[in-house]
Design a protein around this ligand. Structure first.
Ligand SMILES: *Cc1c(COP(=O)(O)O)cnc(C)c1O
Length: 562
């Protein structure tokens, strides 16, 4: 294989279900990207941190209150320690870093190496040894130090490992934005100049690519300039507002944007929202995807193997799912459903009913995702279940340890579930991770998504469901604006008012119940052939497109190999 030319940086990357190197959607996306890059034999290396204590293991008590337990794992059993050491300076202290290697294997044994940076070395001060330990833990200072390790340490480590031909540096979210400072510093040092000149900026821009992942303001890292100076040291360029800082702050999104030749949002609507947010036209869209092989359950894989030879190597061919007979689609889904029911019984002690429609909802428990929208009018929900068809609901998702509102939502779901007992079974599956995500997105009958627009940049769990023939019922936000063909691939909640109008929660709740009552439940219970057709469409129309094979090709075409 040729020397790698693309260096992909991400704070979290999902590598294996047994390795707690991710917290949620961003890590899953990075993991799927790297794996699809390996499939496509892209000349790529990836850089991330080594979170020895993981994100956290979620435990729920009987009332649905979350507590967090650290995860321990056998780092040396999974990763290979590498010899080089590099040093970054943090608060004037030298911090030594090592890297561990993991190989992500694609089809035909092509691989992308992933380097996990680790500050837990005996020569470091105690505070510095803990820097790479937890993902999204600690305070703002801790976060900025982690970003020094990822961005600056990452570039230094790649150089120490001998990667000299890298031509593209992809910042997956702003966490890695400090790599731009290091690339500038490399040029300054090589030229022997004492400051950075315009030509350096242009050259670094040519090399950098940035993907922004959220329109939620709090999701963009910003640090007071004084903090940046105290951690990074005096860097004259930081005072240059307009490129490096903005309103007295080091804003990682601005920094990454200003120093990249290609910037994108993760769905078309997210592009439009980001253009407004940052007052610029120069943001493109590459809609997210998921790795089709990783996100199909065994029963669906077996079905696809039977009807679509070569679908793993060529995801476009999933369009031929349109020809799979109803009975076979249903039989495969029945197996996926059994696997989910077994897991629910084991993990939550609840026996689900094979004759009810199972609705799935799992994502980070946080206010804007509105996990309780389905419970907006409990009387209406009860009467739907009684009059139109029996329902059961499986929830999952962790709240960030410092998000009391998110924790409250989980509690509220569990409490509401108690009040519905005997009429609608409600289960909250603890410790949502990539294994339960696959069981859920393949084993339920309907995937529910209710964020407050326009806050969901893309969302990917509905894409996983689609690949498994599970239709979505979703607010028109993120990827669903592109993926929803009403009554064909699934159903919308409310209408799309563009960016101007915000529908109220009441309107969305009414629409949700209307769709269940008038379309979804009647089709599910009374027109199974029609429902099987929608399942087929989900795979053929959405599975064939919303995958990382297509996504990686677009990145190559638009950003990496240009
Ligand atoms: C897919 C996935 C996510 C992201 O799902 P969204 O729909 O984007 O919220 C988060 N966590 C896990 C474990 C996942 O598998």
């Amino acid at each position: 294989m040729q020397q790698p030319v693309i260096a992909y940086f991400s704070m979290e990357i999902t590598l294996d279900p047994e390795m707690p190197t991710y917290s949620g959607g961003l890590g899953v996306l990075s993991g799927d990207t790297v794996r699809s890059a390996a499939d496509a034999k892209m000349p790529m290396v990836a850089v991330t941190l080594l979170p020895r204590r993981g994100y956290f293991h979620q435990v729920l008590d009987a009332d649905g209150w979350q507590s967090e337990q650290p995860v321990t794992w056998d780092v040396g059993g999974w990763l290979t320690e590498l010899a080089p050491r590099v040093t970054v300076t943090i608060e004037n202290r030298p911090v030594r870093l090592r890297a561990w290697r993991f190989e992500v294997e694609g089809h035909s044994h092509s691989t992308v190496p992933v380097f996990l940076l680790d500050s837990d070395l005996p020569e470091n001060a105690e505070v510095d040894r803990a820097l790479t330990q937890s993902l999204y833990g600690g305070d703002q200072r801790y976060r900025l130090c982690q970003e020094v390790v990822l961005g600056i340490g990452g570039i230094r480590m790649l150089r120490a490992l001998g990667y000299s031909q890298l031509a593209r540096f992809h910042m997956n979210e702003g966490h890695a934005a400090l790599l731009t400072l290091e690339l500038l510093e490399e040029r300054r040092r090589a030229s022997g100049r004492s400051d950075i000149i315009q030509e350096d900026l242009e050259e670094v821009r040519r090399q950098c690519v940035f993907t922004t992942h959220t329109p939620v303001a709090a999701g963009h890292d910003r640090f007071p300039l004084e903090m940046a100076v105290s951690i990074l040291g005096e860097r004259p360029e930081l005072q240059d507002s307009g490129v490096f800082s903005c309103e007295g702050q080091l804003n990682m999104t601005y920094l990454a944007m200003h120093l990249s030749h290609y910037v994108n949002g993760v769905a078309k609507r997210h592009r439009d929202v980001s253009r407004e947010m940052f007052a610029t036209r120069s943001i493109d869209a590459i809609t997210n995807g998921v790795n089709a092989e990783r996100w199909t359950c065994p029963a669906i894989q077996e079905l696809l193997d039977r009807y679509i030879a070569g679908w793993r190597e060529d995801n476009f061919s999933l369009r031929y799912a349109i020809m799979i007979p109803d009975d076979d689609v249903r039989a495969a889904h029945a197996l996926a459903r059994q696997a989910l029911f077994r897991h629910v019984q084991h993990a939550a002690g609840v026996l689900l009913s094979p004759s009810a429609m199972t609705i799935g909802f799992a994502r980070r428990a946080t206010a804007y995702k509105r996990p309780t929208l389905l419970f907006h009018d409990l009387d209406r929900l009860r009467s739907l279940a009684a009059d139109v068809g029996p329902l059961q609901i499986v929830f999952g998702g962790k709240a960030h340890p410092r998000d009391p509102e998110g924790k409250q939502l989980i509690h509220q779901i569990v409490e509401t579930g108690k009040s519905l007992r005997g009429i609608i079974e409600v289960v909250y599956l603890p410790n949502y991770d990539i294994e339960t995500a696959l069981l859920l997105t393949s084993g339920v009958d309907l995937w529910l998504n209710t964020p407050q627009p326009p806050q969901e940049a893309s969302g990917t769990s509905g894409m996983k469901a689609a690949l498994n023939g599970v239709p979505s019922l979703s607010v028109l936000d993120g990827w669903w604006i592109e993926g929803c063909l009403e009554g064909v691939t699934g159903w919308s909640i409310g209408t799309d008012h563009g960016m101007a109008h915000l529908a109220t929660t009441q309107e969305h709740a009414n629409s949700l119940y209307d769709k269940l009552e008038e379309s979804i439940l009647p089709t599910f219970f009374r027109s199974p052939a029609k429902f099987a057709e929608i399942m087929r469409h989900a795979i053929a129309i959405n599975g064939s497109f919303f995958n990382t094979q297509r996504m990686v090709q677009q990145y190559a075409l638009k950003a990496w190999l240009m």
